[in-house]
Design a protein around this ligand. Structure first.
Ligand SMILES: Cc1ncccc1N[C@@H](C)c1cnc2ccsc2c1
Length: 98
């Protein structure tokens, strides 16, 4: 899981998801998005062994992308990056599942 996370972090479209959304930059974000998630938080949870199973890990990754779809227009730079990263993750996830 950690190397899958690593592959996502160095993906060229991962930039909007690397760190928690800055709520000073996006004040309405906290009101709209009830459970913010980002790749650095997932990494910390992995290192703190906060995930009981790999499904919980996948749940947090998918939370990043559902938050992104909720807040961003599909065709905005961030919205498009979210779709690209979701496809990348699901492809890698299915490969590791085998
Ligand atoms: C994933 C996400 N969802 C909603 C809002 C923001 C973000 N990402 C931040 C990093 C972000 C996304 N885009 C920009 C554009 C200029 S600063 C900045 C920061």
């Amino acid at each position: 899981m950690l190397n899958l996370l690593g592959e996502m972090e160095c993906h060229e479209h991962a930039w909007p998801f690397l760190v928690p959304v800055n709520t000073k930059q996006f004040p309405q974000y906290r009101k709209v998005i009830k459970s913010p998630m980002d790749l650095s938080t997932i990494k910390r949870k992995l290192q703190d062994s906060s995930y009981k199973c790999k499904e919980e890990f996948a749940q947090d990754v998918r939370l990043i992308f559902s938050n992104c779809e909720e807040f961003n227009e599909d065709y905005s730079p961030v919205g498009r990056a979210g779709h690209t990263m979701r496809q990348f993750f699901e492809l890698k996830w299915n490969q590791t599942e085998q």
